[in-house]
Design a protein around this ligand. Structure first.
Ligand SMILES: [Zn+2]
Ligand SMILES: [Zn+2]
Length: 373
């Protein structure tokens, strides 16, 4: 057992706790402690920490530590402060090997909160500044293998890091994530009015994190030179998408569509939207159900777009579609769809089908009345 054995705080980061214990015991870094608990190589850190070994080191109850654990026995998910946050084998939402935090919060509270372990937390909602993930003196990326919660390996005091201010909108998004981590309602709070709060309220932390990371992936994809690990840029783009709902989301879809200009074989933006947003977002898994509000808004957007397009007007004026029913081959040509896109489209947009045998051949007609403007 160690000489000094402080208790963990209710919402403390587990690795932050190990670092704090190590610092209070005067160690250079917690590397030996982390190795003893099976949680570390020389520089990286893992979410598999032996609570049995750790509790023996700090002389505390395992139960106090298990609330902070990143794993739960028998679960394939990773956890943050008692709530599942992502699947173990998916893209990790936890940034344990390259941590970041708000130095003002850590200085005020004297410990590193678990919220800072979540990669989506790009800014501090309280101090309205970006988190720091590297030392302002030696410029090296931070790691939990350092002398103290606010001390870099170069000796710099991280509390002195310059604060990079963020917008109210980003701070509001961070507040919403924070409410999810702590299991609070997202419905009240400053600067949140523009977000689709009633749709975000029922989502679990796990689903909410998935929604944000998917939106970030799509938004960052449109950003030239964007780095997937630029969490601040991701937070800005996601807050742009969710803020001013649903206009921010429509903007994203407009940008995806305009990235793939129309051409002779792709006369409408329908195919790029299905291929580059709809399929990766809703094509598999159960995201269409989990994120129904997003799914419904996508369909509403596409309907309005198609109804307003020249292409659709020509389609109806040409007489190709008699009383809104048109054979598949004409629809494929008019909207530049391939078989795959057509299938997604008819499956998800409630397009009615009718089979006509009157000519002796089977012709399938589809109802396009929903696009008549
Ligand atoms: Zn702060
Ligand atoms: Zn440094």
């Amino acid at each position: 057992m160690l000489v000094r054995t402080p208790r963990p705080y209710e919402t403390e980061s587990l690795l932050g706790y190990v670092l704090r214990v190590s610092e209070e015991n005067g160690y250079d870094t917690p590397t030996r402690m982390l190795k003893a608990t099976g949680a570390a190589g020389v520089s990286g850190t893992s979410f598999d920490i032996s609570l049995k070994v750790l509790s023996a080191l700090v002389g505390g109850e395992i139960a106090n530590l298990s609330k902070l654990a990143y794993r739960e026995t028998g679960s394939q998910n990773l956890y943050l402060l008692g709530r599942p946050v992502c699947a173990k084998f998916g893209r990790s939402m936890l940034r344990l090997s390259s941590p970041a935090f708000c130095p003002h919060c850590v200085k005020d509270s004297g410990y590193i909160d678990g919220i800072w372990d979540l990669a989506l937390i790009a800014a501090c909602p309280k101090h309205k500044c970006a988190v720091i993930n590297r030392c302002h003196c030696c410029e090296k990326g931070l790691s939990y293998h350092r002398p103290g919660i606010l001390t870099c390996n170069c000796g710099a005091d991280l509390a002195g890091a310059p604060a990079l201010p963020v917008s109210e909108q980003i701070a509001a998004l961070m507040e919403i994530i924070l409410a999810k981590i702590h299991g609070r309602s997202v419905l009240t709070g400053p600067h949140r009015a523009e977000f689709p709060l009633e749709h975000l309220e029922p989502l679990s932390l796990l689903d909410f994190c998935e929604l944000l990371s998917q939106l970030a992936r799509h938004a960052l994809h449109l950003h030239r030179n964007a780095n997937n690990d630029d969490h601040l840029l991701a937070a800005k783009m996601v807050s742009d998408v969710l803020c001013d709902w649903p206009m921010g989301f429509h903007q994203l879809l407009h940008r995806i569509a305009s990235k793939f200009p129309t051409s002779a074989d792709r006369p409408s933006s329908l195919r790029p939207l299905l291929k580059h947003f709809y399929s990766p977002m809703f094509g598999n898994q159960d995201r269409g159900t989990k994120f129904k509000f997003l799914h419904d808004e996508f369909i509403r957007f596409v309907r309005t777009q198609i109804a307003a397009s020249e292409n659709t007007k020509n389609f109806y004026q040409s007489g190709a579609a008699s009383s809104s029913w048109a054979p598949k081959v004409l629809i494929l040509r008019a909207f530049g769809l391939n078989e795959r896109a057509f299938k997604i489209f008819t499956d998800h947009f409630d397009i009615q089908m009718r089979i006509d045998f009157s000519t002796g051949r089977m012709i399938r007609y589809f109802d396009f009345s929903l696009f008549e403007s």
